[in-house]
Design a protein around this ligand. Structure first.
Ligand SMILES: *[C@@H]1O[C@H](CO)[C@@H](O)[C@H](O)[C@H]1NC(C)=O
Length: 340
C-alpha cells in the first residue's frame, strides 16, 4: 500500500503493516539501485499466498468525506468511469488496468475488467470529525451504509459483501493518521464488528493543500528535495486536469485500486516474507510513470500543447497520469505507454 518516492528526493518510504512509513534520510545522495525494480526482476519475490482476488465485477462505492469541490469530484469520477470504458483512445485507463487483470487466484480466475461506479455517498457533515484514525475510516463506511434515506444526496450505500469495494476520499481539511507523514492512501478490509461485514476498502486523501510534494509528485516539488521551491525542475509537470491535488489523487487511487484488487484480504499477491508488511503490486512501481522512470525521474510520458503531463487517456477527452504497476508476465513495472 505504500508510497515510494526515491532517494533522489532524500525520501525513503519503508513499507510496514499495509501502509508505508516515511523516513527522511538527509545524507543519501544517490539513487538506491535496490529499489529500482524496472527490469531487475531478480530482486522481486512477488508471490501468491492463496487468498482471493477481486474476480467478479467490482461494485465501487465512493464516499466523499467532507467539503468537496465539484470540479475535483468530476475529475476523479471520470477517472473511475474510465477504468472499464472502451471509449478512450490507446493508451487508455482501461489499457492500464489490463496489467492488474493479469493476476489470478488459485482457480485461475483473473482480476475483473469490470468496475462499475455503483453508488456515491456525501458525508459533508464530517460525521467522524476532521481528525481521523485508520480505524475511524471503517466507522465512516458504517455511517454510509446505515444512513437514513430521507436525503437524496446522502442515501445509504448498500453493504455489499459480495462484490462491493468502498473508496473513501477525504477532503482538503481532513487529517488522517499518518497522512502526509507516511502515507497518501491505504487499503484494508472492514471488521464485521465495526461495519457489519468484511468488505475491502481503500482510503485516499486530498493532498493539494496538505502535502502536494509528497502525494502529488510529479506535479509538485517535494519539500525535502533540496531544490528551492519555485525554481525550475525538469521532472516537474503541469497537472493534466489543472488541479495538483485531484490529479495527484488519481495516481494514488489507481495504486490502491490495483493493490486492493490483487490483495483484498492481505493474503493474496505481495512480495516479502512478512504478511504484516507486504510489498504489493503498485508499491513496487511508485514513481514510475513511463519508460526509464525511477530515482525521481517520472519516465517518458506525454505532454499536451500546454505542457501538461499524462500517460493515459480517459473518457470525455480527459487525460490522466497514473503510476505503473508490476506486470507478473514481463516481471517488471509496466504501463500501456511503455516504449518497449
Ligand atoms: C489472465 O491471467 C493470465 C496469467 O497472467 C494471463 O495470461 C491472461 O492473459 C489473463 N487474462 C486476461 C483476460 O487478462
Amino acid at each position: 500500500m505504500g508510497w515510494y518516492l526515491n532517494s533522489y528526493l532524500n525520501i525513503i518510504f519503508l513499507t510496514s503493516f499495509c501502509f508505508s512509513t516515511l523516513v527522511i534520510s538527509n545524507g543519501q545522495q544517490y539513487f538506491n539501485e535496490e529499489k529500482n525494480y524496472e527490469g531487475s526482476s531478480d530482486l522481486v519475490n512477488l508471490e501468491y499466498h492463496m487468498g482471493p482476488v477481486l474476480t467478479s465485477t467490482i461494485n465501487l462505492y465512493t464516499i466523499w468525506y467532507g467539503h468537496w469541490n465539484p470540479t475535483h469530484q468530476a475529475i476523479i469520477r471520470d477517472f473511475l468511469l474510465s477504468l472499464s470504458s472502451s471509449n478512450s483512445p490507446f493508451p487508455s485507463v482501461s489499457d492500464w488496468w489490463r496489467t492488474a487483470r493479469l493476476y489470478t487466484d488459485q482457480t485461475g480466475a483473473n482480476i475483473t475488467g469490470n468496475i462499475v461506479l455503483s453508488g456515491e455517498f456525501y458525508d459533508w457533515s464530517y460525521s467522524h470529525g476532521t481528525s481521523l484514525t485508520r480505524l475511524s475510516i471503517q466507522s465512516i463506511i458504517r455511517t454510509a451504509v446505515t444512513a437514513n434515506n430521507n436525503n437524496a444526496r446522502a442515501r445509504a450505500l448498500p453493504l455489499n459483501s459480495n462484490n462491493g469495494l468502498y473508496l473513501i476520499l477525504t477532503s482538503y481539511n481532513v487529517q488522517v493518521q499518518d497522512f502526509c507523514r507516511a502515507v497518501c492512501g491505504f487499503h484494508y478490509f472492514t471488521f464485521p464488528s465495526v461495519v457489519g461485514a468484511t468488505v475491502p476498502y481503500a482510503w485516499v486523501g486530498y493532498s493539494g493543500s496538505q502535502c502536494p510534494g509528497l502525494c502529488a509528485f510529479p506535479f509538485a516539488m517535494p519539500k525535502y528535495s533540496g531544490s528551492t521551491p519555485g525554481t525550475a525542475n525538469a521532472n516537474l509537470m503541469e497537472a493534466p486536469n489543472g488541479d495538483v491535488g485531484a490529479d495527484g489523487m488519481i495516481s494514488v487511487i489507481a495504486h490502491e485500486l490495483a493493490e486492493v484488487s490483487s490483495n483484498p484480504l492481505v493474503n493474496a499477491w505481495y512480495a516479502g516474507d512478512d504478511p504484516t508488511a507486504p510489498t504489493e503490486i503498485a508499491d513496487l512501481c511508485v514513481g514510475f510513470y513511463g519508460s526509464g522512470g525511477g530515482g525521481g525521474f517520472p519516465g517518458k510520458v506525454y505532454k499536451d500543447s500546454w505542457g501538461k503531463g499524462y500517460n493515459v487517456n480517459g473518457i470525455k477527452g480527459r487525460r490522466f497520469l497514473v503510476q505503473w504497476i508490476w506486470n507478473p508476465v514481463l516481471r517488471r513495472c509496466f504501463g500501456p505507454n511503455a516504449m518497449d
